[in-house]
Design a protein around this ligand. Structure first.
Ligand code: CA
Length: 250
């Protein structure tokens, strides 16, 4: 699920694109569309999109010019859509800051695959999601590419933020991650409210079927941070003990 800006002047192509992007049940993106480069520039100046699909044949500005101006305002991923299958032109635009391209006419599957690839790269680039390998912590599996997490084989129904939080922690099993780091890496904020993290942690905890009083995977160390680690089941008393969480104070 992403928010997409479609820049396309042909009403037929435009409505087909919107239909495709909003209809895919697995993806159902939010889509806004405009018909000129200037409108597109106005949009990206005010709204944060996850990806822009930019038609190169717009009535007001040349595609390369439009791309250059977009890049002057935002680093949003841009997929250029061109009717010209001109390799030199495409290479030039990729060098000028386009993230990927589609040659018209393109299929829904093709569009969908390109979008997924661009979004994946964008997320990896911001550190929002750890490397693309599948992460395993005990019975927990986190697949950053498919953005899917499972617990003991059952798929977890997580929000985007819950997933990002879980993926970030799963990439560092057994390590206490400071709240400051979570804010910066998961929320992309330099400062913020501890409650935001607490609320998301408690939602995530509920979905993992555990509680703060009886943690299995998620351990909150008051005033320090959070860590994710495999549960210590066998009679050890629900995750307390060896990590010092409930042990005697020095
Ligand atoms: Ca056009």
């Amino acid at each position: 699920m992403a928010s997409v800006l479609v820049v396309e002047d042909d009403p037929f192509v435009r409505s087909a694109l919107i239909r495709h992007l909003t209809a895919l049940p697995a993806e159902s993106h939010t889509v806004r569309s405009v018909g000129t480069a200037l409108e597109a520039l106005r949009e990206v100046a005010h709204v944060r999109f996850d990806v822009v699909i930019l038609d190169l044949g717009l009535p007001d500005l040349d595609g390369a010019e439009a791309l250059k101006m977009l890049r002057g305002i935002t680093d949003v991923p841009v997929i250029i859509a061109t009717a010209r299958d001109d390799e030199a032109e495409i290479v030039r635009l990729l060098n000028a800051g386009a993230d990927d391209y589609l040659t018209k006419p393109f299929s829904v599957d093709h569009l969908s695959a390109r979008m997924a690839a661009v979004l994946r790269r964008a997320r990896a680039g911001t550190g929002e999601v750890p490397p693309s390998r599948v992460l395993r912590v005990g019975g927990l599996t986190v697949d950053p590419l498919r953005r899917q997490a499972e617990l003991d084989g059952a798929v977890l129904d997580l929000t985007r933020r819950e997933f990002d939080l879980l993926a970030y922690l799963a990439g560092r099993p057994g390590v206490v991650v400071p709240r400051r780091e979570l804010l910066a890496e998961v929320w992309r904020q330099a400062y913020g409210d501890d409650q935001t993290i607490d609320v998301h942690l408690s939602w995530l905890r509920r979905k993992l079927g555990e509680t703060a009083a009886r943690p299995r995977y998620l351990h909150t160390l008051r005033g320090v941070g959070v860590k994710l680690e495999p549960p210590r089941e066998a009679g050890a008393g629900a995750g307390t003990g060896a990590d010092g969480g409930a042990g005697p104070r020095p």
